[in-house]
Every structure is written in C-alpha cells, then in structure tokens.
Design a protein around this ligand. Sequence first.
Ligand SMILES: NC(=O)c1ccc[n+]([C@@H]2O[C@H](COP(=O)([O-])OP(=O)(O)OC[C@H]3O[C@@H](n4cnc5c(N)ncnc54)[C@H](O)[C@@H]3O)[C@@H](O)[C@H]2O)c1
Length: 413
Amino acid sequence: MSQDAQGRMSRRQFVASAATVAAATSAFPYFARGALADKTLRIGLIGSGGRGTGAVRDAYNADSNVKLVAMSDMYPDRIEASAERLKEIVELDARYRFAGADGYKKVLEQEPDYVILATPPNYRPEHFAACIEAGAHVFMEKPIAVDPVGTRAIMEAGEKAKAKRLSVVAGTQRRHSNVYRETIRRIHDGAIGKVLSACCYWNQGQLWYRERQPDWSEEEWMHRDWVNWCWLSGDHVVEQHIHNVDVVNWVLGTRPEKVLAMGGRMRRVTGDQYDFFSSDFTYPDGIHVISQCRQIHGCTNSVSEYVLGDKGHANPGGFISTIGQIEVENPSPMVQEHKHLIEAIRNDQPINETQNVAESTLCCIMARTSAYTGKEVTWDEMMQSDLVIAKPDYELTPENIRARIPVPGEERA
Ligand SMILES: NC(=O)c1ccc[n+]([C@@H]2O[C@H](COP(=O)([O-])OP(=O)(O)OC[C@H]3O[C@@H](n4cnc5c(N)ncnc54)[C@H](O)[C@@H]3O)[C@@H](O)[C@H]2O)c1
C-alpha cells in the first residue's frame, strides 16, 4: 500500500484496503485489527491555541506512530506560536498552516485520519459536521456548542459518525481517568448503596481576560477574549462546569428533567457573562443535584463532585466512605483520551462519545438559560428550543454591553 511523503493514503486506496481487511477478517475471525492498524495516523488540528497545541502533544505521547499534517487557526500569530511550541516533536511545513475562518477546510483537504477540534465551542457544530462529512475520526474539546440548536446539530452529526463507523472522543477527560472510572464503577456496584443526591462544583478565581487593543476590530477582540463572551464560550457554567455536570450524569446514568438556577455578575472586567451560577437540577426519581460555579478571586475554591447514597458517600474523583481512598495507577487522562481514540481507530472498533458530551453541554445550557431568565427550564424545552446565541449586533461600548447582560425576570435569554 503506497503512501505519499506525508504518510497519506488516498481515500480510494483506503476503501480498497478496508475491503481487503473485511475479507481477511471474515476468513480469519481472530484477525480483528483494522486497516489503520500499523499506519502512521495523520492528525489535523483546528484551533491551535493552548488546548489544541496541548492535545497534539498528548496524541504524540499516546502513540509513537502519529503525525501532525496540518493546522489551522483564525489568527496567523496563534499558528506560529503553536508551531514553535510543537517544533521539538514535529516540524510542520508552512504550506500546511492555514489561517482564517475557512482554514479548517484546507486542513480537511489534507485527508487527516483524525482531527482535533479546539476552537471556542460555538464553532464546534460547523467543524464537527465537516469532519464527519469528510470521513475523519474526531477528538473534540468540550463543550460542543453554546446553544440548543448547535447541540442538536452535534447530536445529529454524531449519529452520522456512527453510521460511518467513525470514532469520536470528547475532551471530558475524567471519563478517561482510571481513578474516576474505578470509583464510579464501585459506586455503580453499590459501594454507597442507592444514590440519593449529588453536588458538583467548579469554584475558582477570576479567569483571564484581554482588554481591547487599538488595532483589533470588535470581532477580533471578542475572539481573543472569547472566555468572557457568551456567543463564543456559552458562559463559564457551560465552558468549564460541564466537566462536573458530566461526571454527575455518568454516575446517575441519566440526565436531569429540569433545573432552577440563579447567577449574577459583580467582578467581571470584559465580556457579557456572569461571575457565578448556582443550580438545582431535578433528575428522574426525584434526585436533586446542587451545582455551583464561580470565577471570583479571594473566595473558597473547589473543583469536585460529591455523591450521597443510603449506605455512604463518595467523591467520584477517588474516595468512597465505605472503602477509603481509591488507589489505582492513573496516567494522564488527557493522554489516555488519545490512546483510547487511537486504539479504537487502529482496531476498527469505533467509540463514540458524542451523545454524552452533547447531553452534558445541554444540561449546562439549560442551567444558564434558567439563571439568565430566572425561570425553571426543562430538558424537553431545551430539546425543542430554537435559541441561538448570536454574535452581538451592537457597538461594543461599556454602556451597550452592560445593557445587554441578562437580568432574571426580564424575559431575555
Ligand atoms: N478539557 C480541558 O480540560 C480543557 C482545557 C482547556 C480548554 N478546553 C477547551 O478547549 C477549547 C479551546 O480552549 P483553549 O484554552 O485552547 O483556548 P485558546 O484561546 O488558547 O485557543 C482557541 C484558539 O481557537 C482559535 N479560533 C477561534 N475561532 C476559530 C475559528 N473559527 N477557526 C479556527 N480557529 C479559531 C483562536 O484564535 C485560538 O487560538 C475550548 O472549547 C475550551 O473549553 C478544554
């Protein structure tokens, strides 16, 4: 099987090779490895900021036979900074570095085997659908959208991925942590009895922000300051707290029916988001889950989860009251998630985490909507909602921004 200088096998060759493997598999049932078993896996990166660059490193740490073949980012300086940080493990030719909003299409033209999606989450639905259409496996960072319309688009593309036998792993890395897996396995085995309720927290200090620079357009400012703008990040209850809500959904094996949340803004410097949220989710069987997230300096911090059962309690991150500390070898979950994806690709045994991460994203969007409006919000309402968080269509003066920050009870989502 020939490959070009970048290790690329044409789609036609790949299909022929997959057919050969399928024939071999049916003749020799013990032969389970896929067509990509020993091939150099070609990686494309879309969004070459902090996490995207880190994820490429994680992939190289997960497998000795991978190669970054293309990267894109909205801004050339982010691409150059990423290439510089990666150069000790891979030198990416300048011809394969694509700047601009359409750069992701050029990445896909290089026919990567898998693509890392690490832009702000509002772009995930568009990029994920394009990857699945192109037949690429995907590692996508959480969250996967900022509104219900985007979330449902992701769910739909996730089903297409299944039909195409493509693997999808999400950046909810606790699901790839041995200590979380083992603790939750024991909770599911009854170590704390019947689960009665849970709590989860992402309380930390102020997050980073960027003041506007004279040579930046409003759009560039928002992109470079994206963690503070709801249309780009979904607000921090979505962007960060999804990790903890995802753990609770995993423990309970389901998602909430409704939520009543509250929140507010007191300290933020830029953007249009809140500083804190507190949510009361109702799950099936009347189980309540209390969640908090805050980004304010000088307060008590915690990034954790807590589960109460009728025989004990647990921190899914490694403690069960009836057992003690859960001690297992725990290699970096951020490397493990690439290891699991690569194994799935090489063994042709697809894994697909789309639905889990989409549901957890939607739970957080549900909490944000409840806090912004002051109203209870149900899962069914979210699944039918046509809410799209659009780019601000007003001049970004401090007065205009302040006037748009949601006030509970005022019917603005
Ligand atoms: N799993 C985790 O623990 C974890 C940790 C950090 C970040 N993240 C997630 O990773 C994603 C990226 O976060 P980050 O910390 O790397 O942010 P970042 O700002 O460092 O990087 C994001 C990059 O995307 C680029 N970008 C913006 N719009 C783009 C577009 N349309 N096309 C191409 N590039 C575009 C930006 O220019 C920037 O370089 C977010 O979804 C974030 O929530 C996950």
